[in-house]
Ligand binder design. Structure first.
Ligand SMILES: Nc1ncnc2c1ncn2[C@@H]1O[C@H](COP(=O)(O)OP(=O)(O)OP(=O)(O)O)[C@@H](O)[C@H]1O
Ligand SMILES: [Mg+2]
Length: 256
């Protein structure tokens, strides 16, 4: 029997935002080296789950717990969680006026020199940016695609152990989806055999196109703040395309 070590264990989680319960009864177990996909209609609570895992104070835990690397992090600050190895590419990250992208990259990569290291400059070029671009304020006036590439570039600098991707493919052209998928595969250790991977991920996608390039182990469907179905990503996506979210959940054979 193969025993999978869990990196993230969420049990019975309920989350309230501004006095309104958004998520309830969430059970989610992600093994070390695994990539899970989170699907669900607009407003079902996908981004809320990410924010709760990241520990943003606005997202109040009303029940349940979050265990990361065997440690109960339910009451930890966002900074502590990031230090433990949680990373995220946001759906709509804010612009940070006065902070240059290269300065953020230096902090994320632990660099103190004035010039960005050659290693980081290689990644900057790979993500189709240049010296002038990284001198701009973070996300200020960035195009939709540039925002998404910048989010992945920051993760490459940070190298987290568990990475959440909130719609990394939305608003991105076909060629750039392939580029981002390649980097997501690097971030998630996909070049290694499944049992050998150190990095794990949770990825939100609406259209599933990115899953043509990034292999996922399990998918979960979030409906009205609850996980309504879990199973094989390709089968679930096919059901959603044919039957819609409601039809998919009605005919679901839960795996746990
Ligand atoms: N600060 C808030 N106050 C009240 N309701 C909120 C707040 N933040 C989020 N919500 C609500 O929580 C619900 C879930 O939002 P969330 O952003 O998690 O959905 P989502 O599944 O990520 O949707 P999408 O696919 O559109 O990104 C929505 O109805 C949203 O309006
Ligand atoms: Mg969202």
């Amino acid at each position: 029997m193969v025993v999978v070590k869990l990196i993230l264990e969420i049990t019975d989680l309920a989350i309230e935002v501004s006095g309104k319960e958004i998520l309830s009864d969430i059970d989610l177990y992600i093994g070390k080296g695994e990539t899970h996909v989170l699907l669900g209609p607009n407003g079902s609570g996908k981004s809320t789950l990410f924010m709760a895992i990241l520990g943003f104070p606005k997202y109040k835990v009303k029940a349940g717990e979050i265990i990361f690397k065997g440690e109960n992090i339910t009451n930890y600050s966002t900074t502590e969680r990031v230090k433990m190895g949680i990373g995220v590419s946001f759906q709509n990250p804010p612009a940070i006026r006065g902070v240059k992208l290269q300065d953020l990259l230096k902090i994320e990569h632990g660099e103190t020199d004035e010039e960005l290291s050659p290693e980081m400059m290689d990644l900057v070029t790979k993500l189709k940016f240049d010296d002038r671009f990284i001198d701009r304020d973070v996300n200020l006036g960035f195009s939709g695609g540039e925002v998404k590439r910048s989010e992945i570039l920051q993760l490459l600098a940070q190298k987290p152990d568990f990475i959440m991707f909130d719609e990394p493919d939305s608003g991105v052209d076909i060629e750039n989806v392939e580029l981002l998928a390649e980097e997501i595969n690097t971030l998630l250790d996909k070049e290694k055999k499944p049992g050998m991977r150190e990095k794990s991920g949770l990825l939100i996608t609406h259209l599933g196109y990115i899953l043509n390039f990034v292999n996922a182990d399990t998918a979960h469907v979030l409906m009205d703040g609850k996980i309504a179905c879990s199973g094989n990503p390709n089968e679930i996506l096919e059901d959603i395309r044919k039957e819609g979210f409601k039809g998919c959940v009605e005919c679901c054979n839960p795996i746990h």
